[in-house]
Ligand binder design. Structure first.
Ligand code: HEM
Length: 350
């Protein structure tokens, strides 16, 4: 939790710099302007994740992020087409591009890791995610700790980016969309924030005191389903499942189930989570936005704190409305608005 608090400072610094840009844009237009928010949240999340993963090497980390993002787009470009076995080994333009980007990402990550290793005697491994990972499996701890190979460390860094970027930026986008379509909630949250934080940048303690700012992960879940492979023959809810069967768990559908969430399951109601997530529905594990059990999301606290910081800072400064938004959610691994989120921002300070 202490480490998360330190990361909070990074989150608020990055958010403040994003919002200063918005303020200048609004200042030039008399305090009211349209800004496409989903793109801005993607940039913000990329900045935050590069900072918290690589600390002082964040500029190099951002380059890794951009190259990995390109790789991701290449992979998704054939996501929905029939895969011919062996095709990924053929000498096609796309495969060349993929191999060279993969090599570039690996090379850049190796450089960052080697630099962090080389500096450890002078400045320690550092408090960023990579530093914590290197520290956790440092050889000087002996064999009681897990030893990770260079490839495994590189893969972990890639996972932080992949798992933590789109998910968090879409969480912010959907939350802002809902707040712009529910001005009454926007006002209640703003009052709550004004009472606890005033005009100050929210700290962890202030966020804990906020009653209403409980971002509703049920209404805004960026991941709509998860999959599990059955490890051994089992009976589940009266249905026999053989070993090896693939199960799809439709999170978005479960989150709209009236038997579990009540008659208002479809409604955006922040007070649903007032008494904690486990009491929000008839089943304590009904909320699956971050999955559940031993393979649940390791970035849950990080993502929720970040969302609260950013939303609180936006509501301190701006009133938002989204009259031009066209509702076309698109599910490509994560649920995103196809045409972005054009938002009218009105400055509360000008
Ligand atoms: C709103 C933001 C986020 C959402 C909705 C989310 C959701 C999820 C879900 C549903 C899973 C389970 C996936 C599965 O089992 O198929 C998962 C796993 C994971 N998440 Fe997140 N996540 C978020 C943010 C983050 C962040 C910020 C990080 C890291 C910086 C992260 C790291 C991970 C990792 C490493 C796993 C794999 C855990 C494992 O398999 O043991 N996530 N996440």
């Amino acid at each position: 939790m202490d480490k998360l608090k330190m990361m909070m400072m990074t989150m608020s610094d990055c958010s403040r710099s994003m919002m200063s840009e918005w303020e200048s844009e609004l200042g030039a237009k008399g305090g009211l302007a349209e800004i496409e928010l989903s793109r801005r949240f993607e940039e913000l999340t990329a900045d935050v994740i590069s900072h918290v993963t690589f600390g002082s090497s964040y500029k190099e980390g951002k380059q890794v992020f951009l190259a990995q993002r390109e790789l991701q787009f290449l992979a998704f470009s054939t996501f929905l087409t029939v895969q011919i076995p062996g095709f990924s080994y053929l000498l096609t333009m796309k495969n060349f591009k993929t191999w060279s980007l993969d090599k570039k990402v690996r090379g850049m990550l190796m450089d960052i890791i080697m630099t962090q290793h080389a500096n450890k005697d002078v400045v320690g491994y550092g408090n960023d995610l990579l530093g914590l990972l290197l520290e956790a499996c440092a050889p000087e701890h002996g064999e009681s700790r897990p030893q990770l190979s260079m490839d495994e460390i590189i893969d972990e860094c890639k996972t932080f980016f992949f798992a933590g970027h789109d998910t968090t930026s879409h969480l912010l986008t959907w939350t802002m969309f809902l707040l712009s379509t529910h001005p009454d909630w926007q006002e209640k949250l703003r009052e709550d924030i004004a009472m606890e934080c005033g005009d100050e940048v929210p700290t962890g303690d202030m966020l804990n005191k906020l009653k209403m700012v409980n971002i509703d992960p049920k209404a805004v879940q960026p991941k709509t389903l998860i999959r599990r492979k059955v490890g051994t023959d089992i009976e589940l809810g009266g249905i026999k499942l053989p070993e090896g069967a693939l199960l799809t768990i439709p999170i978005a559908t479960i989150h709209r189930d009236k038997e579990v969430w009540g008659e208002d399951a479809d409604e955006f109601r922040l007070e649903r989570f007032e008494n904690g997530v486990t009491r929000a529905a008839k089943h304590p594990d009904a909320l699956l936005s971050f999955s559940s059990g031993p393979r649940s999301c390791i970035g849950q606290n990080f993502a929720m704190i970040k969302a609260k910081v950013v939303i609180a800072m936006i509501l301190q400064r701006f009133f938002t409305l989204s009259p031009k938004y066209v509702h076309a959610p698109t599910d490509v691994i994560t649920l995103r608005p196809k045409y972005g989120l054009p938002m009218i921002l009105k400055s509360l300070k000008l």
